[in-house]
Design a protein around this ligand. Structure first.
Ligand code: PMP
Ligand code: GLN
Length: 380
């Protein structure tokens, strides 16, 4: 049987390759973004209790209402924005699914979507599978800020959406208030949608405020804002997230969702609804992750890598001009095989494989894991 592939250029993604190699070679995995420390025991207990209490059947299609109410309360508290939990929040099986569903909701063949590179690897295939085209705009180097003049050049009558991601994977860059206002200027009076990937919402450092689309009514009215519980609560394997969008956009989003996953894991939703009623659940997250970033930076001073700045996410990038002139992929594989440390080559976040010789390190790890990994990296 022959399949006419919908994604002919796509192979196995880099996270699968590097985690596979790390497992096979028993390397320390600073590659794929997943914590190796235990998640919050209270959340674990609440979900276990929900299962024991019999919350084991299908949840409502848009999500468990008390969870959507808790999310709306959090949004009001953090961003001073009123969101209707009934019509504007949909619980999804993870952030990636929310982004895919948002694209599938709005895109028609021939549409264009502006995507900044380096970019998380699911965006472009999500766009292409819908018959649309990604218009790639490089982020500025160094710093990975948005080049707004380049955005002006990329805009066209076919532009259907702009994808933003802050805090940013893989670089840890964050958008500023002035970026959000630049974006607002460009979309005002157009039919352009925003898809905002905010899965690292609570993992932002150095006292910076997360510039959620939720703070900007003129952006929110045209946005699908996507989140991940897995990422912020250190339970990536639970695969639960949500999408916030105005009622009319959410209604169309739900038409796609109801014939795909239909609904999400019930006990996890029930447990999270209880967990989120305590604000500490999200207010404590950035300082815990910032400590890990700072510890990793201090350890890496004894290596010959040059770390770039990271203001959020699980990640920090580093260059290796003092170590080798290999391609980033070659070095990532050699590091795993010969030194027992897996990382992610940042060229995987460019459609044309642009190699600026940068590796991404995940610091969402126990201190002892970071210490052991850096002991090995020092030998380079
Ligand atoms: N967007 C970005 C930028 C991510 O790093 C991730 C993490 N995998 C996701 C979306 C999706 O998260 P989830 O595991 O909830 O699908
Ligand atoms: N978001 C994580 C990363 O960038 C994991 C992605 C995945 O496994 N698909 O590493």
């Amino acid at each position: 049987m022959n399949i006419h592939s919908k994604l002919p250029r796509v192979g196995t993604n880099i996270f699968t390759i590097m985690s596979g190699l790390a497992t096979e070679l028993k390397a320390i995995n600073l590659g794929q973004g997943l914590p190796d420390f235990p998640m919050e025991p209270r959340l674990h207990e609440l979900v276990t209790k929900a299962m024991r209490d019999g919350f084991n059947q299908y949840a409502p299609m848009p999500g468990w209402l008390p969870l959507r109410e808790a999310i709306a309360e959090k949004i009001d508290y953090l961003y001073n924005t009123k969101i209707n939990p009934g019509s504007e929040i949909t619980i999804t099986p993870g952030g990636t699914y929310a982004i895919y569903t948002a694209f599938t909701t709005i895109l028609q063949p021939g549409d264009e979507v502006i995507v900044f590179e380096p970019s998380y690897d699911s965006y472009v295939p999500n766009i292409e599978v819908n018959g649309a085209t990604a218009i790639l705009v490089p982020l500025k180097v160094p710093g990975y800020g948005i080049d707004w003049e380049a955005v002006d050049k990329a805009l066209s009558p076919r532009t259907k959406a702009i994808l933003i991601n802050s805090p940013h994977n893989p670089t840890g860059a964050v958008l500023s208030e002035s970026d959000m206002l630049e974006l607002q200027k460009r979309v005002a009076g157009t039919g352009i949608f925003i898809i905002s990937d905010e899965v690292y919402e609570h993992l932002i450092f150095d006292g910076l405020a997360h510039q959620s689309v939720m703070r900007y009514p003129a952006l929110l009215e045209r946005s699908f804002v996507c989140f991940s519980f897995g990422k912020v609560y250190n339970c990536t394997g639970w695969k639960l997230g949500y999408c916030v969008a105005p009622a009319a956009l959410s209604a169309e989003f739900r038409k796609i969702h109801q014939f795909n996953a239909f609904s999400c894991n019930t006990p996890v939703q029930v447990g999270l609804a209880g967990f989120l009623s305590d604000k500490e659940a999200y207010l404590s997250l950035s300082s815990m992750m910032q400590q890990k970033r700072d510890y990793f930076i201090s350890l890496m001073k004894d290596t010959r890598f040059t770390l770039q700045e990271s203001f959020g996410s699980y990640f920090i990038c580093g260059t290796y001009e003092r170590i080798s002139d290999e391609s980033d992929k070659e070095l990532a594989i050699r590091l795993t095989k010969e030194y027992g440390v897996a990382t992610i080559p940042v060229s995987a976040f460019y459609q044309d494989g642009t190699d600026n010789k940068v590796l991404r390190f995940c610091f969402a790890k126990k201190e002892e894991t970071l210490e052991l990994a850096v002991e090995r990296l020092k030998k380079l």
